[in-house]
Design a protein around this ligand. Structure first.
Ligand SMILES: Nc1nc2c(ncn2[C@@H]2O[C@H](COP(=O)(O)OP(=O)(O)OP(=O)(O)O)[C@@H](O)[C@H]2O)c(=O)[nH]1
Length: 376
């Protein structure tokens, strides 16, 4: 993965270098034109072309050999920008008759810098460029001119502006494409993060909360209870004889049964309740702001709906019921303690013949004198 990313970065850096070299050679051709027009000596155009080839050749070797990997910016943008600024400054001094050409190149160079420089290095390169300009103007300022004496040199000046505008537009376009790509990637990242979060908190088969998420919900409810005494109950729901569905009709039928049971419960629960799959055919309902007595009413309905449901569509003669154990959460206790009580109640419901809701035995001991409630 890292190797692949490195390869991509190198390919990008080399691609950019190719464009920089092409841009330099275009300038060399313009200089050649100015030499033909008698504005500069031909050696200037030749020297410019040679320096462009040499400098870009060195950067090519640095990138190909992997030396660039030692730096945070593998495109060596800062070094390239400074080299280009110094190159333009030197030629501004050497050929002030076409000084405008090197001066407008400063804009192209900084446009290129936007693609890879951080604000700090951008400012540093701007300071270097400014110093170079001060130097160039102090040495050759008096000789700077705009070569428009002949029609041919006017044409060349016009062409150089057209080419510079083209390069600026190209860079701006490249920047906006990069920005669009980044935005697209960000959107993909947000979706991927959402999916990861979903996978971490949702049960994949039934799309309700999973065990991990349930524990977080219970911790929140416990805190709320401790702060304001808002009552809540924990109910553990288990299908009776579910294993037989798997054994007789296959895992796929079993999955459909689990999904259907989830729908039955969802239809009966309140929006403020939390429903989670604890594992296998065991589910947990956290009934918020509810007393045990109120909770039992809803759970009775779930038992009745489960029993009445036509399960035979998933396999001939399937009859399913649910057993449920419920308890309230009590002051000073841990989630584990409450959970164990609900589990004992569920065990009691199974032992008492299944298809029923059972309240944890000591619930009414505290208030009512110990009662269990049977659903039917
Ligand atoms: N189809 C399906 N089956 C599952 C899944 N997870 C667990 N199981 C099966 O669910 C069954 C649960 O076993 P038990 O709790 O003994 O099933 P039971 O027949 O309902 O037993 P009682 O609760 O005593 O009535 C096992 O056969 C598991 O293989 C699942 O995601 N899909």
């Amino acid at each position: 993965m890292k190797q692949q990313r490195r390869k991509e970065m190198n390919a990008m850096a080399l691609g950019m270098l190719g464009r920089v070299a092409l841009s330099g050679l275009l300038d060399a051709m313009l200089l050649w034109g100015f030499a033909r027009a008698g504005v500069v000596r031909p050696e200037i155009a030749l020297l410019y072309a040679m320096v462009v080839v040499l400098v870009n050749g060195v950067y090519y070797l640095l990138i190909r050999s992997g030396v660039n990997r030692r730096y945070k910016d593998p495109g060596l943008t800062f070094a390239q920008v400074v080299t280009a600024l110094l190159l333009q400054t030197c030629f501004l001094i050497l050929a002030p008759q076409v000084g405008y050409l090197f001066l407008i190149n400063f804009f192209v160079i900084y446009g290129f810098g936007v693609l890879g420089l951080s604000t700090f290095w951008y400012v540093v390169s701007w300071l270097i460029g400014s110093l170079a300009l001060v130097l160039a103007f102090s040495v050759a300022g008096a000789h700077l001119s705009f070569p428009v004496a002949s029609n041919f040199s006017q044409l060349l000046v016009c062409l150089s502006f057209i080419l510079t505008l083209g390069r600026c537009i190209y860079l701006t376009n490249m920047l906006s494409r990069m920005q669009r790509k980044i935005m697209e990637k960000n959107q993909q990242l947000v979706l991927a993060m959402k999916r990861v979060q979903e996978l971490a908190t949702r049960d994949e088969l039934t799309n309700i909360e999973n065990r991990r998420s349930l524990m977080e919900i219970l911790a929140v409810e416990q805190k709320r209870f401790q702060r304001g005494g808002t009552p809540f109950c924990i109910a553990i729901l288990d299908l009776d004889g579910f294993k037989a569905v798997n054994d007789n009709f296959g895992h796929a039928a079993g999955d459909l049964v689990l999904k259907t049971f989830v729908e039955i419960v969802r239809n009966e629960m309140r929006l403020s309740d939390h429903f989670a799959r604890y594992g296998g055919d065991e589910f947990v309902l956290v009934l918020t702001g509810t007393t045990v007595q109120e909770g039992v009413t809803a759970l009775d309905r779930i038992c009745a709906e489960t029993e009445m449901y036509d399960w035979s569509k998933f396999g001939k003669d399937i009859v399913l019921t649910a057993s449920i154990g419920i308890t309230d959460f009590r002051p000073g206790e841990s989630i584990d303690e409450a959970f164990q009580r609900a589990d004992m109640a569920l065990y009691g419901a199974k032992a008492a013949g299944r298809n029923r809701v059972m309240i944890s035995p000591d619930t009414f001991e505290a208030s009512d004198g110990g009662t269990t409630i049977r659903a039917f």
